[in-house]
Design a protein around this ligand. Structure first.
Ligand SMILES: [Fe+2]
Length: 264
């Protein structure tokens, strides 16, 4: 059982039952996972000749987690709180990762942004977008290493992938608009994100460029995670509690009022 106390709600992951459990008003509510298995993502890994069992579970997604008292506010503000759990493992020498996706445009050419919170473990968040450099379109990659309690901001127009680069289970939550479906096609066509994150012995990781991307900007950006004050909340406020001031999350549906639009 993994306790997810940092969430600020009574949440835990039962590893044996493979369920997320929320205790709300003294009632135990069980969430069933959407599973991502190796066979769903085979073509997204660096090593295409994978010998591992295709039914290996890569990660668990629990959509729309909420306390009963917040159900109305979440619906009215078009929000969704999800939890994703990635056990530690490697596939052909590459750390386990989410499939990766982009979000569609919400307004004025800006796509829906998103916020993540690391509840347990450690994750590398790889963000990528096409940017103009001297008139040429190039891929800009941003890496943010998130530890427990860290917040990771996905600005508009960035696709994103999360990689579990540790020996522990990575548990993360996100607030995102409920008004869109993620777009998986672009990353699938390129057989993964801009970089593959390979295990380096005895510890750490190395970045391997994905040769299906033509042009990279010269430098990848290595950025630090955000704190609650970036979103207008006191330090260490659990991300679930951002819902107490839903107007501060309005940027999730209207990126023109985002706290920031990019990483430098
Ligand atoms: Fe997303």
């Amino acid at each position: 059982m993994v306790s997810l106390d940092l969430s600020g709600i009574n949440l835990r992951f039962d590893e044996e039952k493979k369920k997320l459990i929320l205790i709300d008003q003294n009632v135990e509510k069980e969430y069933e996972p959407n599973l991502r298995k190796l066979k769903d993502m085979n073509e997204l890994f660096f090593d295409s000749a994978i010998s591992q069992d295709p039914d290996t579970i890569l990660y668990y997604m629990f959509r729309n987690v909420f306390k009963k008292e917040n159900e109305k506010a979440i619906a009215e503000n078009k929000l969704r709180y999800d939890v994703t759990i990635i056990p530690p493992n490697t596939i052909g020498g590459e750390y386990i990762k989410t499939a990766g996706h982009y979000h569609p445009v919400a307004k004025d050419g800006l796509s829906f942004p998103e916020i993540y919170e690391v509840l347990s473990g450690e994750g590398l968040f790889m963000l990528q977008k096409e940017s103009n450099f001297a008139g040429n379109k190039k891929i800009k990659a941003v890496f943010v290493l998130g530890k427990e309690g860290d917040l990771i901001f996905i600005p508009p127009n960035y696709g994103h992938i999360t990689i579990n680069v540790s020996k522990d289970t990575l548990c993360m939550a996100n607030w995102v608009s409920s008004a869109f479906e993620s777009v998986y096609g672009n990353i699938k066509e390129k057989k993964g994100g801009a970089f593959y994150i390979l295990k380096r012995d005895p510890i750490g990781f190395k970045l391997e460029k994905n040769s299906n991307y033509d042009e990279f900007s010269k430098q990848s950006v290595f950025a630090t995670p955000k704190k609650a004050d970036f979103f207008g909340f006191p330090d260490k406020t659990p991300m679930y509690e951002f819902l107490k001031s839903p107007e501060k999350l309005s940027f999730l549906n209207d990126p023109t009022v985002c706290p920031d639009l990019d990483y430098d």
